[in-house]
Design a protein around this ligand. Sequence first.
Ligand SMILES: [Zn+2]
Ligand SMILES: [Zn+2]
Length: 401
Amino acid sequence: MPPLTVRHATVILPDRLMPDARISIDHGVIVAVEPEDSKSVAGDSMDLQGQFVAPGFVDIHVHGGGGADFMDGTEEAVRTAAGTHLRHGTTTIFPTTTTGSPTQLLGMIDAVRQASREVDGSDPKGSDSLPAMPGIHLYGPFFAPDKCGCHEVTGRRDPAADEFQKYFETGLVRIATCAAELPGAKAFYETALANDCLITCGHSNASWAEMQSAFESGMRHVDHFWCAMSSVSSLRPRLGTPMQAGMEQFVLMNREMSTEVIADGQHLAPELLEFAFRMIGPDRLCLVTDSSRALDCPPGRYKFGHSANGTDFIHDGFVGRAPGGGLASSVMGMDHMVRTMKRHTSASLPEVIRMATLTPARLTGLDDRIGSVEPGKAADLILLDPDLNIRHVFRNGRRVI
Ligand SMILES: [Zn+2]
Ligand SMILES: [Zn+2]
């Protein structure tokens, strides 16, 4: 591949905008980001006339897209879902499990392994037409029974070492979720820590004391803030009085904790997005899509989780709705989350982009390779118009969208 120079770009750096910049790319890697000086350059070049260049998005919590759920457990489903998110600017994706049988979970992990063999590997076909898949997010099945949300409740269970060891042994689990109050949670967290995972507590009604003990075992993150998590009022029926603090207070008080929001404009009202941004900040808060298979599909009835025995939900054109009217995941890509966060909060554009790129990259240990437009990092880039719509997507310096 010849060197590529992207000219007259407005680069969205982690802390500021860099107008009229030139990005030099060679062998799929960013080699320089510097002020444009209109000298001629070797190789191909592309004149952006001031349009935005951002790092490709990093999605740490995502279930599917394009009609496929990662839990469908086929290579084709993984390719379909991941490829759909690429069109929305996601260049690194962590396929996320839900509740289901051990066979279904292992099937999903194996399907991700097959699909990702062609990605970032030595495959001469060089399938850059998918996002990078550095691993999976082991999310279900270790949810609290009273916080399953839209996930099939019969597919949840308490963590048992003989089961979860099999998932970790695949070497593909990079993010690991477990509700902190479950028996066996401590052993789960310790195994996840030994496997270098981002350890998260989600779908949980954990108390402050349970969060503190999980923290001591390595837990540092909470899934989708305010969704399927404990609060002072949800803990009262469980633990009585005096009323107790839960996950919300634990994240807000502890600077070592991080979390994420589903900023689709349907899960959380604007003031909650602003609150999360102001109280938690762009270095501890990630944007996630938590998208279901219904992304880029027409409104209608779909399955959340495995196509055979997942739960039914309705895509109403804006969000997934469970039969009772409750929320059942988003139906939007990361570009939509970025636009919503920009519109509804006081976060600057570099801060909004950071929450969808460098922050999740850092939390998953990938920030030396991706997450910002800086020399030495992979040229996984997105070109955005002034309204933050995706114009083009580059994977390893090659235009794929
Ligand atoms: Zn969830
Ligand atoms: Zn989810």
